[in-house]
Write a protein that binds this ligand. Structure first.
Ligand code: 13P
Length: 256
């Protein structure tokens, strides 16, 4: 059975102090190994070191929200894979819709980042998702196919073992409008089939596919209870322990 992953993307939020308190609360409530649930937090870059202090030794993993594909050098403002590893990151989010649509990141850049992160030993949370206009035009699956093909170009199955997919419909991010469980399941099933056709059936059964977009304590269980939904990538509700812990608990309950 696939394990659940419940990941918090803090985006450009928290202070050092509020982030430390949040991480400490999560570490204190981290699921036990036998719960079948992994927990990941992705704070802003400047807080990775203090948050690592709070999560190290606990079952809470640490990730960054982005990474650059070059190993080092004159790339002002960018952060390399080895730097993330050096401060305790095991994961990195790549291709988040805000990077695609606010910062203009392309599938080509995303693919370079994915390759660099995997080569450096990080687990990648690769985000894909359609705009509302794409969905209304009936193009959801074509958009997802393009983002998957672009992000995973020239990536072998062995390399893809270090990838978690996050389906995040852009219209559901930060809007309070969640995809219905049926909409989420349909997209996840499509993504799993894409993975099966690109790689193998066996591999498609292993890869984790998370749902993201207005996940809250009151919808987490029904969303994660869909057969092809293996966890959640949570934005707003990951910023408060009393909202994030119930989402972790929903995954715990489903995997019991
Ligand atoms: P919200 O949970 O705030 O909708 O954000 C989702 C998201 O973008 C997580 O990466």
């Amino acid at each position: 059975m696939r394990r659940f992953l419940v990941a918090g993307n803090w985006k450009m939020n928290t202070t050092r102090a509020t982030g430390e308190d949040l991480a400490a609360a999560l570490a204190a409530n981290a699921p036990a190994a036998e719960d079948g649930v992994e927990v990941l937090v992705c704070p802003p870059y400047p807080y990775l070191v203090p948050i690592a202090d709070k999560t190290s030794g606990s079952a809470v993993s640490l990730g960054a929200q982005d990474v650059y594909f070059e190993a080092g050098g004159a790339f002002t403002g960018e952060v390399a894979v080895d730097m993330l590893k050096d401060v305790g990151c095991s994961h990195v989010i790549i291709g988040h819709s805000e990077r695609r649509h606010v910062m203009g990141e392309t599938d080509e850049t995303i693919n370079k980042k994915v390759k660099a992160a995997i080569a450096g030993g990080l687990t990648v949370v690769l985000c894909v998702g359609e705009l509302l206009s794409d969905r209304e035009a009936g193009n959801t699956e074509a958009i997802l196919d393009g983002q998957m093909a672009g992000g995973l170009a020239d990536i072998s199955e062995a390399e893809a073992a270090s990838i978690v997919i996050a389906y995040e419909p852009v219209w559901a991010i930060g809007t309070g409008v969640t995809a219905s469980p049926e909409q989420a399941e349909s997209a996840h099933e499509h993504l799993r089939k894409w993975v099966a056709s690109r790689y193998t059936d066996a591999f498609s059964e292993q890869i984790q596919i998370l749902y993201g977009g207005s996940v809250k304590p009151d919808n987490a269980e029904v969303l994660m209870g869909q057969p092809n939904v293996d966890g959640a990538l949570v934005g707003g509700a990951s910023l408060k322990a009393d909202l994030f812990i119930p989402i972790i608990d929903a995954a715990r309950k489903l995997s019991a």
